[in-house]
Structure formats: C-alpha cells, structure tokens
Design a binder for this molecule. Structure first.
Ligand SMILES: NC(=O)c1ccc[n+]([C@@H]2O[C@H](COP(=O)([O-])OP(=O)(O)OC[C@H]3O[C@@H](n4cnc5c(N)ncnc54)[C@H](O)[C@@H]3O)[C@@H](O)[C@H]2O)c1
Ligand SMILES: [Zn+2]
Length: 395
C-alpha cells in the first residue's frame, strides 16, 4: 500500500560567530572574558574548563580575573593531548555543567586550552540540553589558527580520529597571541604545520613568510619581540592563517561540498596520526601529508620540482620532519586513503598542488602512484637533500 500522507519540513539555521583578537586577556581590566556572546553579562555561575598545563601556567591569573571582576565561576581542569580526546572527558564536562545548573543560553561555559580541550568542551556543549553556547579561548598555535575558526568539534573513538562529533560553532572565540608564548617549541612547530597547509593551498605570501622566517617564528613563538610586536611576521602569519581558514570555511561551513582544499594534508594523516599516537602531533603529521601530496603532484608533472624543493626546505626550516616510516609504507598509505574516502562519500577528492597557492582535485590516484611516492618518502627519511625530484623519474 502506498503512503497516504507526507509532510516535508524545510528550515535553515543561520549562524553568526565571531573570532576576536585581543591582548592581555587575563588582565582584570580587559572585559572580553567576562562578556557573554552579544556583549551581555551574567551574574549567574558559569563553568570554566581549563587544560591541565594551562592551569599550571596561568590558572592563578585566570582565577584572579574572575575574582577581581566578581564573576561567579566554577572550575574544571582536564588533561590535553589527543589520547585524552574521548567521550569520558565529554561526560565529565556534562556532569559539571549539570552540577552547577548551567542554563540553556545565559551561562555559556568558557574553554581555555588547546585544540583537544576545545574539541571536548565543544562536543559537551553541543550535546548538553541539545546545545548551549560556549566561549573558546584557544591557547595553542594550532587551536588559534585552525580550530578557532571551525564549526566542528569531536572526539576520537575506537581508534579513529574525530569519529564522533558535531557541528556547532561557539558564538565567541577570543585570541590572545601572548598565550602561546609558554608553549614548548615542538607545539609551535606542530601549529606551523597547519599554517604551511594554508600557505600551500591558497596563500603564497604566507608561504614566503614561513620560508623566510621559519626558524625565528619557532624560537620566538610568533611573539615578534621588540618594536615590531604588532606588525612582525608572527602576527602576520597568524592573521593570514586565520583569514584564509575563515574564507574557506565560510563558503562551505556545513561541508555539504566534500571537495575541500582545507583537507590538504588531511588525507593520509588521520589514520597515521592515530596509529602513531601519542608519538606524533597533529600538525607534524599534517606537514608530512603535505610533503607526500607534493611528491604525488611532482610525479604527475603538475608541480615543478623547484617548487617542491622550496616546500621541503621550508618544512625543514620550521623544524618539521618531512617524512616518517609510516609514510614510506604503501600499505599504510592505501589503508589511510581508503578510510578517508569513506569520509568523502567514497571519492578521493584529493587536493594536489599545481604550484604554491594553486590546487586541483584528483579522483584517479592509483596504488602504483602511492608506491612510487612511498619510495621518495623513504629517501626523505634519510636524506637532507631537497629538490631531487623529476616528474618522469622514479623519485
Ligand atoms: N575542531 C576543529 O576543527 C579542529 C581544528 C584543528 C585541530 N583540532 C584538534 O585539535 C587537536 C590538537 O590541538 P593542539 O595541538 O592544541 O593539542 P592539545 O590541546 O593537546 O595541546 C597540546 C599540548 O599543549 C599543552 N598546552 C596547551 N596550551 C598551552 C600553553 N599555552 N602553554 C603550554 N602548554 C600548553 C596541552 O596541555 C597539551 O599537552 C587535535 O585533536 C585536532 O583534531 C580540531
Ligand atoms: Zn588539522
């Protein structure tokens, strides 16, 4: 029997959210952290979730901020690191939100920490009462230039990256570049891995900054010491990376189009990152994936070898390794690609470079091409030589 009734519902949800650059965020005279989205304020209790290490470094200043401003808050401290990006942490946050009686709209929690903390708080906020607003205060370079713009959150599940997650951007994100000054150099390098991706897909000027200032960006932690503090390469790198990300995400926020150039560096890396956990950091594996994709493009005759040489030198200049034994193993590469294809509706949608800042999508990558690229990735493990590739040769 055919159906006798049918109701079609159509609705669109508009979102507005802001990413605000601010300085000296934990100075009690800076109003930003006390404000709710829409610049309102609240006398009711809010939850402040802090990353463990961040709490050790700036926890006292954060507590002083809320106490001087007589704002009612409760605290929860959680560990960072991708091995802690799981549902248990999400549920711990949900329990605290419940305990303190968090409202549906008026008492948004504040998340102060790296990308992992942002992802678990974002996920908890998106589930609690089917979604409440929250405020992001990212404290790593990676979270400031990448996660800060994103509408996504998620947790790793059953050995897969971000296998569970939701789309729900917070209305307010506050970025204070001085907060990353306490990061270990390795975390800065990892964050620069995402900046490298952004440079390669759409911003040759950003690439030039990374190429020219790579080592100094790492050692200065993008702080631009001295007179140039507000106009130096650190600030410019951050601005360009955030702007590029915002521009790309804005036009496809809900990812209805699965061809995304921002997925450059994120095709082979998700599986490898999870298999290597916790040995490799997110941005480190992204940089390796960028290099591998560069090799594939050179072999196809798309990317001039000289451009690839610049990419390799710049990657190394930022202290990032271009390869890892897993990137030299064709079976790992094949497995990574097929898992990513499931995420892209069984298409490769692989972004390759035609030049620095220029991309094309490819859907016909073969196992043989992966094998040839794996040979080069193996050589890159040992060699410090750049620019040895030729489109015809096996390298
Ligand atoms: N939602 C998104 O769209 C999005 C985008 C990019 C990345 N991410 C996720 O972000 C995660 C990686 O983020 P991450 O690199 O920030 O990792 P992280 O949050 O684990 O932070 C890295 C380390 O730095 C410590 N730390 C944080 N801030 C510090 C500070 N100011 N000083 C000293 N130490 C500090 C943390 O305790 C941790 O040990 C990945 O899980 C990735 O999937 C999500
Ligand atoms: Zn990433």
């Amino acid at each position: 029997m055919s159906s006798t009734g049918k109701w079609v519902m159509t609705a669109a949800r508009k979102v507005d959210y802001e990413i605000i650059e601010t300085f000296d965020l934990f100075n009690p005279e800076n109003p930003e952290m006390g404000l709710l989205p829409g610049e309102k304020s609240s006398a009711l209790t809010r939850l402040v979730v802090m990353d463990h290490t961040v709490d050790e470094i700036v926890g006292e200043r954060v507590r002083n901020y809320f106490s001087v401003n007589r704002l009612s808050v409760e605290y929860l401290t959680l560990p960072g690191g991708d091995e802690n990006k799981n549902l248990d942490q999400v549920l711990r946050i949900a329990s605290r939100l419940s305990e303190i009686g968090t409202h549906r709209v008026g008492t948004p929690p504040i998340a102060i920490g790296g990308g992992v903390l942002q992802d678990v708080v974002g996920m908890a906020a998106s589930l609690y009462r089917r979604g409440i607003p929250y405020v992001r205060v990212p404290t790593t370079l990676l979270a400031q230039i990448d996660g800060s713009v994103s509408a996504k959150n998620g947790v790793n599940y059953e050995g897969f990256r971000n296998r569970l997650g939701t789309f729900m951007p917070p209305p307010r994100t506050l970025i204070d570049r001085s907060l990353i000054a306490s990061l270990p150099e390795r975390q800065i390098r990892s964050g620069l891995g995402e900046a490298l991706k952004m440079a390669l897909i759409k911003d040759p000027v950003l690439f030039g900054l990374l190429e020219q200032h790579g080592p100094r960006l790492v050692s200065d932690r993008l702080q631009d010491s001295g007179a140039e503090n507000n106009a130096g390469p650190g600030r410019e790198v951050m601005h360009r990376a955030i702007s590029g990300m915002a521009e790309e995400l804005q036009k496809n926020l809900w990812e209805t189009d699965l061809q995304r150039i921002v997925d450059y560096g994120h095709t082979f890396s998700p599986t490898i990152e999870m298999q290597a956990l916790p040995a490799l950091l997110h941005g480190e594996v992204v940089a390796m994936d960028c290099v591998l994709s560069g090799v594939l493009a050179v072999h196809r005759g798309m990317l001039p070898p000289s451009e690839f040489g610049r990419i390799l030198t710049t990657t190394r200049g930022m202290g990032l390794a271009p390869s890892h034994p897993m990137f030299a193993d064709p079976s790992v590469l094949r497995q990574s690609l097929s898992d990513t294809m499931r995420h892209r509706d069984n298409q490769q949608h692989l972004t390759l470079l035609k030049g620095i800042g220029q991309t094309v999508f490819v859907n016909d990558l073969t196992g043989l091409e992966l094998e040839r690229a794996a040979v080069v990735m193996e050589e890159l493990l040992e060699s410090d030589e750049a620019g040895l590739l030729s489109p015809q040769g096996g390298r």
